[in-house]
Design a protein around this ligand. Structure first.
Ligand code: CP
Length: 304
C-alpha cells in the first residue's frame, strides 16, 4: 500500500491490520520513554490547508514517537498569501526531501493531486466533505477497544451528515467490520444520494435512541454551509441534540462518540460529553497509535 487516501481502498483485513498494529503501538506509548526508532531518518510533511487540532497534533506526536522528523505547513504566514498554488507548494515542499505528505484541504480530491505531483506516499488528513480515513480507523479502534468487537453493533450517526467527511468514512469502516449504521438528521442535512450506502435513515432521534449501541454525534459544519439548511438552532437542538434528558433513554450499555470539535449545548450537552458514556477523549487518544500504524506501514512497506 503506497497511500492512505480513502477507506474505500481498504478491505476488512487491511483495516484490522491497522487496528492490531495500533494496539502494539499503544504499548510503546505506555512506556516510560514512549519512543521507538522505527522511522529514524524519515521526515513527515504535515500540509494542513484547513484548521485542525486533533489530526495535526496526533500526526506530529505519532511521527515523533516513531523517531521521524516533522515539517509543518499551514497557509497562514506562508507564500500562499502571495498567490502560490497547491501544485507549486507541493513541489516546493517536495524539493526539501520529505518521505511522506499528510494533506488536509477544503477541496475534495486535493490529496490525490498531491500524490500525483509529489510521487510520494500521501495520507489524506481530511478533504472537504469527502474522506477522513485516519478518523475512521481511530473510530473503529475505539469501538473495538470498548465493545471487544464491531460486528453486529448498531450505530446511529446524528446531525450534519451531508457535509461530514467523518460520517462518510467512519460509516464505510464500520460497515466493513460488520456494524449496522442509521443516519439521523433533518432531511436537508442527509446526503442527496445514498443509493448503495447500505444505511437506514430517520429524522426522529427519539425513536432510534433506545435501540442502538453507539450514538455518534456530529457538529453542524458551518464552514461547508451546514448552518443554512434548517430553520433555527433552537429547533435543531429540540429535535437532534443529545441532551441529558435524551441520554437517560439510551440502552444501559450504550456509548456516545463525537469526532470533535464539539459545540457543547448544540449537538451535545456538556454533561453528556463529560459523562461515563462518552468515548470522546478515548477517540482522541487513539488517534496517536492509529496514526503511528499508518505512518509505519506506508513508510516501511512492511505488511503483516
Ligand atoms: N476530528 C478532527 O478531524 O478534528 P480536527 O479538525 O481538530 O483535526
Amino acid at each position: 500500500m503506497k497511500h492512505l487516501l480513502s477507506i474505500e481502498d481498504l478491505d476488512r483485513g487491511e483495516i484490522e491490520d491497522f487496528l492490531d498494529l495500533a494496539g502494539e503501538f499503544s504499548g510503546v506509548l505506555d512506556r516510560e520513554v514512549p519512543k521507538v526508532p522505527a522511522l529514524r531518518g524519515k521526515t513527515v510533511a504535515l500540509m494542513f490547508y484547513e484548521d485542525s487540532t486533533r489530526t495535526r497534533l496526533s500526526f506530529d506526536r505519532a511521527a515523533k514517537a516513531l523517531s521521524a522528523d516533522v515539517m509543518t505547513f499551514t497557509p497562514g504566514g506562508s507564500s500562499v498569501a502571495k498567490g502560490e498554488s497547491l501544485k507549486d507548494t507541493t513541489l516546493t515542499i517536495r524539493a526539501m526531501s520529505p518521505s511522506l505528505f499528510v494533506v488536509r484541504h477544503r477541496s475534495p480530491g486535493a490529496p490525490w493531486r498531491v500524490a500525483e505531483w509529489s510521487g510520494l506516499p500521501v495520507v489524506n488528513g481530511g478533504d472537504g466533505a469527502h474522506q477522513h480515513p485516519t478518523q475512521a480507523l481511530l473510530d473503529v479502534l475505539t469501538v473495538r477497544d470498548h465493545f471487544g468487537k464491531v460486528d453486529g453493533l448498531k450505530v446511529a450517526i446524528v446531525g450534519d451528515i451531508r457535509n461530514s467527511r467523518v460520517a462518510r468514512s467512519t460509516t464505510q469502516a464500520l460497515q466493513k467490520l460488520g456494524a449496522e449504521v442509521t443516519y439521523i438528521g433533518p432531511r436537508t442535512l442527509l446526503p442527496f444520494d445514498m443509493g448503495d450506502w447500505g444505511v437506514e435513515t430517520s429524522s426522529n432521534l427519539d425513536e432510534v435512541l433506545g435501540e442502538v449501541d453507539i450514538v455518534y454525534m456530529l457538529r453542524i459544519q458551518r464552514e461547508r454551509g451546514g448552518g443554512d439548511d434548517f430553520p433555527s438552532v433552537m429547533e435543531y437542538i429540540n429535535r437532534f441534540s443529545l441532551t441529558e434528558e435524551r441520554a437517560k433513554r439510551l440502552l444501559p450499555h450504550a456509548m456516545v462518540m463525537h469526532p470533535g470539535p464539539m459545540n457543547r449545548g448544540i449537538e451535545i450537552d456538556a454533561s453528556v460529553a463529560d459523562s461515563e458514556r462518552s468515548l470522546v477523549t478515548k477517540q482522541v487518544a487513539n488517534g496517536i497509535p492509529i496514526r503511528m500504524a499508518v505512518l509505519f506501514r506506508l513508510l516501511t512497506g512492511e505488511t503483516k
